[in-house]
Write a protein that binds this ligand. Structure first.
Ligand code: F42
Length: 144
């Protein structure tokens, strides 16, 4: 059950395919802002799922913003990260195994300011979305 099921979104799956096949040399931006690729396990299918998200990084730690453009519902990948938090983040040629942890409160506020500096439209998404947009920290998984 671990086959790769590409996204229904053509833009997302094409970006992932080009990003992966060029080690992030191509298809590495959205409107000139940097992008990374998350590889995860589907919450319901157990299949491998991939999605591009903005590259929100600070001092070696990454965050993933489940904004889905401010849409009313969380993106599917939100549920995948909750169900199976150990995921992979590809930044250029570098792939890291990380554990996704949803953050709240002061910690979340701090990461919003980092995220907004990378992708200013996040502030508009927060204003217009009826949901409290989730933010995950992607923390390195240490070897045993
Ligand atoms: N979306 C963000 O939320 N944040 C970003 O920072 C972001 C940046 C970004 C940059 C470039 C780009 O091209 C797209 C970007 N997006 C960003 C959009 C993002 O890639 C997703 O398209 C968007 O967030 C919507 O996510 P989604 O997972 O809802 O995507 C839909 C269209 C989708 O493809 N669904 C899949 C499908 O084919 O049906 C996946 C379904 C899935 O994962 N199913 C799970 C399973 O078990 O397999 C179950 C999930 C469940 O609901 O339980």
């Amino acid at each position: 059950m671990n086959d790769y099921l590409p996204s229904r979104s053509r833009r997302a799956r094409d970006q992932v395919a080009r990003y992966e096949s060029t080690n992030g040399v191509e298809a590495n931006t959205l409107e000139d802002r940097p992008v990374v690729v998350l590889t995860m396990t589907g919450a319901r299918t157990g299949a491998i799922r991939k999605t591009p998200v903005m590259r929100v990084e600070h001092e070696g730690t990454y965050a993933a913003i489940a904004s889905a453009g401010g849409q009313p519902a969380n993106p599917s990948w939100y549920h995948n990260l909750v169900a199976h938090p150990v995921v992979q983040v590809q930044d250029g040629a570098t792939r890291r195994t990380v554990r996704a942890r949803e953050i709240r409160g002061v910690e979340k506020d701090r990461w919003w300011s980092i995220a907004d500096s990378v992708w200013p439209p996040y502030a508009q998404y927060r204003q217009r979305s009826p949901r409290d947009i989730p933010v995950f920290l992607l923390e390195p998984v240490k070897d045993a």
